[in-house]
Design a protein around this ligand. Structure first.
Ligand code: MRU
Length: 366
């Protein structure tokens, strides 16, 4: 336990080379206890993602990339095809830990592509393939920092000093390697004296807004006010919110976005009150193979998360039916802009998102 250190100086997810392990902040213990978890086996990595010890789409992707490297390093086979068979088993297994955040499969596919390129196409020895996987995993991690910073710059261009900003769930530093996505403009504004007032939805049922967003923003010295999810419309009706900034787990080709359950409710209220809604989305979260929001697989989680988790006593009658979808889809019509590292996509999203992805495909500089 290292409670005296500010949470902002911890790394959300990192590679420990000496132990050959992925090291994460165990987010299930925050804000009360800051404790690192050391993940070495496939089961440990899978559990950490499933149990939300590490969560948030970009952080899940980085954990998977580092994780598959850690596992690949331990594979003993020297024949590439035998090595690849085990690699693929690990990849499929990690990919099954959570279904909605596309960053998970995106990162694993990227790792698999370099693995196949080096081992099958270029016929490199397995030891070299492992080194290439090592570099790619670290590149994915480093890119996340640069991408979030860029999203922060674009996001900040939409805001004025003193603005009130509402956010939902945690799309903060704890959901990424650094800066967060929805919080990146807030942190950059903080550096530049913008004095934002942030309203953090508590985010039922797992309270990522209360436990994580309110925590990291207050540790960073940002003016943050915690509200229950059902207070968002009230705060907007009073003119206290000039923009909604949220993250996302998957953006469909038409601009529909899946994010933490309750996001669409905040977006509906914001549209009623004329408050713009911005979705912050690294291109790793944009899934052009999914045509529309209705095609996104929405994770359903255990009823106990609604009835008893985080409470001293169960808060519902024993055996009551519970519906617990972890995400919802915000219709693209409710979204004023999708902020990527390549700029802000606006409606019609089928065209603007394609243009963003084309720039990425061409490898344009950020
Ligand atoms: O279930 P979680 O905590 O992983 O859900 C996280 C979110 O919904 C975030 O808003 C999203 O992943 C974007 S994180 C930059």
């Amino acid at each position: 336990m290292q409670e005296e250190k500010n949470i902002m100086s911890f790394e959300t997810v990192a590679l420990d080379e000496a132990q050959n392990a992925v090291v994460i902040i165990d987010q299930t213990l925050l804000p009360g206890t800051t404790q690192l978890a050391v993940l070495k086996t496939a089961q440990e990595i899978w559990d950490a993602i499933y149990r939300l010890q590490v969560r948030g789409a970009p952080a899940i992707g980085v954990t998977a990339a580092l994780g598959i490297y850690v596992l690949a390093k331990e594979i003993e086979e020297q024949d590439f095809e035998a090595f690849y068979q085990k690699f693929r088993e690990y990849k499929e297994y990690l990919d099954s830990s959570r279904p909605t955040a596309v960053n998970l499969s995106w990162a694993l596919r990227r790792m698999e592509a370099v693995c196949l390129q080096a081992g099958r196409q270029e016929k490199r020895p397995v030891a070299e393939v492992k080194e290439i996987l090592h570099k790619e995993a670290l590149r994915i991690r480093q890119e996340d920092v640069e991408v979030c910073r860029k999203i922060g710059e674009y996001g900040l261009s939409l805001l004025n000093p003193g603005d009130g900003i509402l956010t939902h769930c945690n799309a903060g530093q704890l959901a990424t390697v650094k800066y967060g996505t929805a919080t990146a403009p807030i942190y950059l504004g903080q550096e530049r004296g913008y004095h934002f007032h942030v309203f953090a939805d508590e985010t039922r049922p797992l309270l990522q807004g209360a436990r994580l967003t309110a925590y990291e923003l207050s540790c960073a010295g940002v003016d943050v006010t915690l509200i229950c999810d059902n207070m968002a419309a009230s705060v907007m009706s009073k003119g206290l919110v000039q923009a909604v900034f949220v993250g996302c787990d998957r953006v469909a080709a038409n601009g529909d976005t899946a994010n933490k359950i309750g996001t669409s409710m905040a977006a509906l209220a914001a549209n009623y009150y004329g408050v713009p809604v911005y979705v912050c989305a690294p291109t790793s979260t944009i899934d052009m193979d999914t045509a529309k929001g209705g095609d996104i697989c929405i994770e359903e989680r255990a009823p106990q998360e609604v009835t008893e988790m985080w409470y001293k006593e169960p808060m519902a009658p024993k055996g009551v039916k519970v519906y617990n979808p972890a995400f919802d889809v915000t219709d693209h019509e409710l979204i004023s802009g999708i902020i990527t590292e390549y700029g802000i996509a606006r409606a019609p999203y089928t065209e603007s998102l394609k243009a963003v992805m084309d720039r990425k495909e061409k490898g344009e500089e950020l």
